[in-house]
Design a protein around this ligand. Structure first.
Ligand code: MG
Length: 373
């Protein structure tokens, strides 16, 4: 059988679940976490939530669901190559965006602004809240009762103030130690996935042009290689062939560079991983190439006037919903009305964060358009 490296997370060395669950019979603890995530309601909602483009803008754009699957594919490949826990990498990847609001970053910023005087809104923490508390699937506990390492991987970053409230999970932000290598992999797999698919989706939407991308070192190198090898190739296939080569280059670079770091520092176990420096890294050259790509996407795609118009509509929808529900909590579906002295404002944020793009649009219409019911 495939043997995990001594510094991998495993069912044997996990810090376990918040509530003791009998060990699974034919699965590892992290297969079970992955399975619980796939069966959750929040996971199915990812299909109708977006990152950059809103769901109804086109059927071929990435959604949070396809994004999460791409992250899982990349993270699993890297984890296996390094003899790390592939199931854990998959579980973290599939759960990492569960707490995202509708309408991507625009929605998150709007909800964070609305929540400013109520502890803020942070999608990583909301993902944790979803798997710890909000999912209602099990008789014996709220949430999914996932293993420590899966939960740790979901909280990619967090403010010191929030970290203090997270108990054991927040410690690493306070004492500046590291999460597992599997969690470190998922962070960078996320970046590889969205940088590349945003290039693809941006081209598909016609918001960025091939000629602009040729100013990027990584893209120029690969599109040049493809053109030399296939001089007659054009259109979508030229783009896809180029992007698949970019992903492969970044993944291989990450594996090689991380394997080098591990060989140099030789962590004996997960405890030494936590105390050491970040071991999952790109080479300097690849890191620079990613930075260039991110800068390009920020200025040319995320700030494109058509994207900003949609973002501004999305922000309005989120803040209108928030204002309506906080001024009169009886407008909320009963299950979101906090009982007793419960935190009603946080329940409003939970409700809005759980909405898909189209549900938010519909709910906005129901509340603000007289002819809708
Ligand atoms: Mg992501």
């Amino acid at each position: 059988m495939f043997e995990l490296a001594p510094y991998a997370v495993s069912s044997a060395n996990t810090r376990g679940r918040q509530l003791a669950d009998p060990p699974p019979l034919h699965r590892s603890e992290f297969q079970r976490d992955r399975d619980r995530i796939v069966h959750s309601t929040a996971f199915r909602r990812l299909e109708y939530k977006t990152q950059v483009f809103v769901n109804h803008e086109g059927d071929l754009f990435r959604t949070r669901l396809t994004h999460s699957l791409e992250v899982a594919q990349i993270a699993r490949g890297i984890a296996r190559a390094l003899r790390l826990n592939e199931d854990l990498a998959e579980a973290i990847s599939l759960a990492h965006d569960l707490g995202h609001t509708p309408f991507g970053h625009a929605g998150q910023e709007a909800l964070n602004e609305c929540m400013r005087d109520h502890g803020g809104f942070e999608h990583n923490l909301q993902s944790l809240r979803t798997v710890d508390l909000l999912e209602e699937r099990y008789a014996a506990f709220d949430g999914l009762n996932l293993c420590f390492e899966t939960r740790e991987g979901i909280v990619k970053h967090c403010s010191l103030e929030n970290a203090r409230q997270l108990g054991a999970l927040g410690e690493r932000f306070l004492d500046r130690t590291r999460p597992s290598l599997e969690a470190q992999i998922c962070n960078l797999a996320d970046e590889i996935a969205y940088n590349n698919h945003d290039v693809d989706d941006g081209l598909r939407a016609g918001l960025i042009k091939l000629e602009q991308l040729e100013e990027l070192d990584l893209f120029a190198r690969h599109v040049g290689d493809v053109r030399r090898a296939y001089p007659r190739l054009g259109g979508r296939r030229l783009i896809h062939e180029t992007i698949r080569r970019m992903i492969n280059t970044q993944v291989c670079d990450l594996i090689d560079s991380t394997a080098g770091n591990i060989a140099r520092l030789l962590p004996r176990d997960i405890a030494e991983v936590r105390l050491g420096p970040a071991l999952v890294t790109f080479s300097e050259e690849s890191f620079e190439a990613q930075r260039q790509m991110k800068r390009f996407l920020r200025t040319q795609l995320y700030q494109h006037y058509q994207v900003l118009r949609m973002a501004s509509k999305a922000q309005r929808i989120v803040s209108d919903l928030f204002a309506a529900f906080t001024s009169n909590s009886r407008l909320l579906p009963p299950q979101y009305q906090a009982a007793g002295d419960g935190d009603q404002v946080r329940r409003v944020a939970d409700y809005i964060a759980g909405m898909t793009d189209r549900y938010a649009i519909k709910e906005h219409r129901r509340l603000f358009t007289v002819s809708e019911s």
